[in-house]
Each structure stands twice: as structure tokens, then as C-alpha cells.
Design a protein around this ligand. Structure first.
Ligand code: AMP
Ligand code: MG
Length: 338
């Protein structure tokens, strides 16, 4: 059994995995009423909840600490104070229980957990608050085929929602506004917004400014703006994902990240995949948003390939680690073994 720790941003979580089966996935998130995340405050939150989350995770899994074989933790990318809080807790547990440590890349974990739904070699559309990337395995590494050139799609939606007085997180609130309008039979008008895609990269800041101006002008209904935001931003993500599928010749698309919970985005992905004979996979919402089960899940795959560190002083955080910096030794080892 592997215990995983997630602490890259707002969420502190602990997950426990046994042979690819998730036994526990517990988390607690730092939130703010106004403004964005304050890294030092989020880190203080993580330190404060760590012991109780551990207790809850062990209880949920119905196991004792001595049954754990290694501690995996998110080493990056993320906010340094938050990553440090997670790593210090991981090292404490490793020392107390004489266990090895496994540093796990957060983005790659979002992709690997998609395999729990049955995907084998997918393209990942990773759409979260701070990150927006299209990732796939090619030539011995996970490569970024496309990404946002400015802000993450979730931060983009959250910023507009805050501007419109909807509070945080804005993604689910915008989604609800559109869903309620559709369910009540209201006719929604599509308003053209800057559709910004360059090759496989996307950009959202132009659309954000335009939406804010339109909202301020009081000439547009929030329902129409929300609807148009979703249709335009998600079409960009789906277009870039389709191009990555075409380029790599892969036949599977997995979604990851909190924005991946959006039902309209999932529907658009499903339609695109159907049209090109590919399969679409969406893990459950608790595995889409930041979670520690995915860290334990990838940690176990790495552990089984012999990747672990007993000298825990050698382990450090990597706040700016890029997906394509990760040495994917476990895949190569698996190919050799099988
Ligand atoms: P993450 O960074 O992966 O934890 O995801 C958080 C982001 O997901 C925030 O920006 C949320 O607004 C966004 N989000 C969560 N649920 C939804 C939803 N149903 N539709 C759109 N965005 C969402
Ligand atoms: Mg994430």
C-alpha cells in the first residue's frame, strides 16, 4: 500500500492506494472570501489539517500506518510554501516509519489516474485552475503538445465570475447559470468572443477583458455572457485536443483538472472523440480536482518499477518542474519487464 500526499495549491489531501485500488481519498481545501490564494496562508492551512487528514485517511482505508510501504508526495509544479508543507509532512512520516519516499509530478499524476477509467495510452486535456495543458506520452517522455500562453482556464473563469460578483470558485457558478437558463427554456444568445488559438496553444486574457467590458456596459445578460464564455473557451480546448490526437495518432482522450468537472466541456469532448473514432474518458469529480489518490496511484506505479528514495535528505520540491522534465523511467521499465 502506498500513501500519497497532495499540497501543490489550495488542497491538502492524503490518499491510500493498494494495487491500483483507491482505499482512501481525503482532502481539505483552503479558501478565501475575496482575492486569490495567499501561498503562506495556504501552507499554514496545510500544516494545521495534516494530522487530522492522515487520521481520516487511515480510518477510511481501515488500515494502520505499519501497512504502508512508501510515502509518495507531489513535488511540483506548485506554490513553494504549499509544496514544502506537504514535503515536510511526507518526510516526517517516512522517518517515523522508516519508509522510502517517492516524489511525484502533479500533472503526470492527473494523466495517470485517467487510466483507472480504462484508458491505456491517452492524450490528457488537463484543465484546472492554474494549469491548462494538453499532454501525451511520446518518445520516452510525457510531452506538452499545447498549453495556455497566459492564464489557466479555471483562473480565467474564476476571474470573470468574481468580476460579475459571483464569488469563488466561479466555474461551477457559471455552469449553473447556463444550466438553469437552458432548463427553464430560456433562449440563450451566443455572443462572439475572441477565439484565440495559436497552433495548439490557447490564450484567455483577451476573452477575459472583452467579457469584463461587456459586463460593465450592462448591455448584455449574464446568462448570455456565461453561455458564450463556456462555448468559446471549451471549443478552443477541444480544438487543441483534437489536433493533439491527430498529431500523435492516439485514440483516447482523458480529461483532468477541476474544469474537467464541467458537463458541457465533457459533452463537447465526447462529441469530438465520437466524430474521429476515439474514446473519451472522464474520471469521477473527486479524481478530477486536485486530490491525493492520484499521487498515491502514480506513486505505486513508480514504486513497483523500483523508483523510490531511501535517503530522504536527497529529496526536494520542484516548484517549476515541467511535465517534459520528468524522467518516465517506470514506463520504460514496464516495457522491459513485460
Ligand atoms: P483545480 O485547480 O484542478 O483544483 O480546479 C479548480 C478549478 O476548477 C477552479 O477554477 C474552478 O472554478 C473550476 N471548476 C470546478 N468545477 C467546475 C465546473 N463544473 N465547471 C467549470 N469549472 C469548474
Ligand atoms: Mg491540479
Amino acid at each position: 500500500m502506498i500513501l500519497g500526499i497532495e499540497s501543490t495549491a489550495h488542497t491538502f489531501g492524503i490518499g491510500i492506494v493498494d494495487n491500483g485500488k483507491i482505499l482512501a481519498n481525503v482532502k481539505d481545501s483552503y479558501t478565501t472570501e475575496k482575492g486569490g490564494i495567499i501561498p503562506s496562508a495556504a501552507a499554514a492551512h496545510h500544516k494545521q489539517v495534516a494530522e487530522s487528514i492522515l487520521y481520516k485517511a487511515l480510518t477510511e482505508a481501515g488500515i494502520e500506518m505499519k501497512e504502508i510501504k512508501a510515502i509518495a508526495f507531489s513535488c511540483g509544479p506548485g506554490l513553494s510554501p504549499c509544496l514544502l508543507a506537504g514535503m515536510h509532512f511526507a518526510k516526517k512520516l517516512a522517518k517515523e516509519n522508516s519508509l522510502p519516499i517517492i516524489p511525484v509530478n502533479h500533472c503526470v499524476a492527473h494523466l495517470e489516474i485517467g487510466k483507472i477509467t480504462g484508458a491505456e495510452d491517452p492524450v490528457l486535456l488537463y484543465a484546472s485552475g492554474a494549469n491548462t495543458q494538453i499532454i501525451a506520452y511520446a518518445g520516452g517522455k510525457y510531452r506538452v503538445f499545447g498549453e495556455t500562453l497566459d492564464i489557466g482556464v479555471g483562473n480565467f473563469i474564476d476571474t470573470f465570475a468574481r468580476h460579475a460578483g459571483l464569488g469563488f470558485p466561479g466555474g461551477p457558478k457559471i455552469a449553473k447559470i447556463v444550466e438553469s437558463a437552458i432548463n427553464s427554456g430560456e433562449k440563450l444568445n451566443y455572443i462572439e468572443l475572441p477565439y484565440s488559438i495559436k497552433g495548439m496553444d490557447v490564450s484567455f486574457s483577451g476573452m477575459l477583458t472583452k467579457l469584463q467590458q461587456m459586463f460593465n456596459s450592462k448591455k448584455y445578460k449574464l446568462e448570455d455572457l456565461s453561455f458564450s464564455l463556456q462555448e468559446t473557451a471549451f471549443a478552443m480546448l477541444v480544438e487543441a485536443s483534437e489536433r493533439a490526437l491527430a498529431h500523435t495518432g492516439k485514440k483516447e482522450l482523458v480529461i483532468g483538472g477541476g474544469v474537467g468537472c464541467n458537463k458541457r466541456l465533457q459533452e463537447m469532448c465526447r462529441i469530438m472523440c465520437k466524430e474521429r473514432n476515439a474514446r473519451f474518458f472522464a474520471p469521477s469529480n473527486d479524481l478530477l480536482t486536485d486530490n491525493a489518490a492520484m499521487i498515491a496511484y502514480l506513486g505505486e506505479i513508480m514504486f513497483k518499477s523500483g523508483i523510490k528514495e531511501r535517503n530522504i535528505d536527497k529529496v526536494d520540491i520542484m516548484p517549476r518542474q515541467r511535465t517534459d522534465d520528468v524522467e518516465v523511467r517506470w514506463k520504460v521499465l514496464n516495457i522491459l519487464i513485460n
